[in-house]
Design a protein around this ligand. Structure first.
Ligand code: TYM
Length: 327
């Protein structure tokens, strides 16, 4: 039987933090290894053009993210790992979807508002139409499932709306994709646990390739609260709860189990123990990534073959889409 298709992407905009890992990348690997899905994972380089960037840095950012994918456990033999821009059909479909996308829905996108606030000198149209490109990335491959963090849910809702609208105007063409969330879909910032951990606030990020000393110092400096009891209470103890969630996400233990494990510890001890855990957890990853980056030909060849496979299915789908709209 044909396996359901699963698609997700990450932007090459800098180093991956533990939010990207626990909300997305770790899950990509688990879902790939479950053997239940036909998986497509890509580097969303076209999306990354909506933020300020330096063209000279882009190739290294793409290579670096591909190394993250492979070092974390994505396997080109099991999944199609590719670069978004190597499949021009995604931007082609994005245009078609734009013609049925309601302005009002795009205007409501909170990421558009947040990103426009963050880069007021560069509120470009791509930032606004971004969710239609994301819908195209998903619908183009007939994806039924999309593993993401919770900041992407609104975009996914739009993908479903567009699939439904297209199907009702032009005949059954697309699946309505569903999200797959992890138990930690929203990791919070270490320096401000009321805010989401985000590349745009590097000070609060724990990067997955941070060296042990850096991990220790960042966790030591993480904002907590004025009490001293380790307890999961996201409303009153956002910082401590975030650390418990990180521990739970990495270890696979429930929050209650993690809480019990830290019972009786003070905040300093909790931080120390979490820092050791995180640092050990990513040790193999760090080594593998460093080795991979020395063999960029291996990475490039994986991307080339993944891109060729993705393109093949995209071409077939695009032919059907064009036929449906009379082109
Ligand atoms: P991006 O590159 O911003 O983030 C990659 C993934 O990481 C998740 N994430 C988080 N999860 C938990 N806690 C956090 N603090 C946190 N921060 C980020 C994101 O939800 C995402 O899953 N638009 C996408 C890229 C994209 C895409 C797609 C994804 C383009 N086309 C099609 C899925 C399907 C983005 O900017 O992710």
């Amino acid at each position: 039987m044909k396996k359901p298709i699963l698609v997700s992407g990450i932007q090459p905009t800098g180093r991956l933090h533990i939010g990207n890992y626990l909300g997305a990348l770790k899950n990509f690997v688990d879902l790939q290894n479950s053997g239940k899905y036909d998986c497509y994972f890509f580097i969303a380089d076209y999306h990354s053009l909506t933020e300020n960037f330096n063209p000279a840095e882009k190739p290294a950012q793409i290579l670096n993210l591909a190394a993250d994918f492979l070092a974390a456990g994505l396997d080109p033999k099991k999944s199609k790992i590719f670069i978004q821009s190597a499949v021009p059909q995604s931007t082609e479909l994005a245009w078609i979807l734009e013609t049925i996308a309601p302005m009002g829905e795009l205007k409501r996108m909170t990421q558009f508002k947040d990103k426009s606030d963050a880069q007021q000198e560069n509120v470009n149209v791509g930032l606004f139409t971004y969710p239609t490109l994301m819908a195209a990335d998903i619908l183009l491959y007939d994806a039924q499932f999309v593993p993401v963090g919770d900041d992407q849910l609104q975009h996914l809702e739009l993908a479903r709306t567009l699939a439904r609208k297209f199907n009702s105007h032009f005949g059954r063409t697309f699946f309505e994709p569903k999200e797959i969330l992890t138990a930690t879909p929203r990791v919070m910032s270490l320096d401000d646990p009321e805010k989401k951990m985000s590349k745009s606030r590097p000070g609060g990020c724990l990067f997955i390739d941070d060296e042990p000393e850096v991990i220790k110092s960042k966790i030591r400096g993480a904002v907590t609260d004025s009490e001293s009891v380790v307890k999961y209470d996201p409303k009153r103890k956002a910082g401590i709860s975030n650390m418990l969630e990180i521990m739970s996400g990495l270890s696979g233990k429930s929050i209650a189990e993690v809480e019990r494990g830290f019972a009786g510890m003070n905040y300093g001890e909790l931080k120390h123990s979490l820092a050791d855990y995180v640092s050990d957890y990513f040790e193999k990853f760090r080594k593998k990534k460093a080795t991979l980056l020395k063999k960029s030909a291996v990475i490039k060849s994986a991307l080339r073959s993944g891109s060729a496979k993705a393109k093949k299915s995209a071409e077939k789908k695009m032919a059907d889409i064009k036929k449906k709209i009379g082109l």
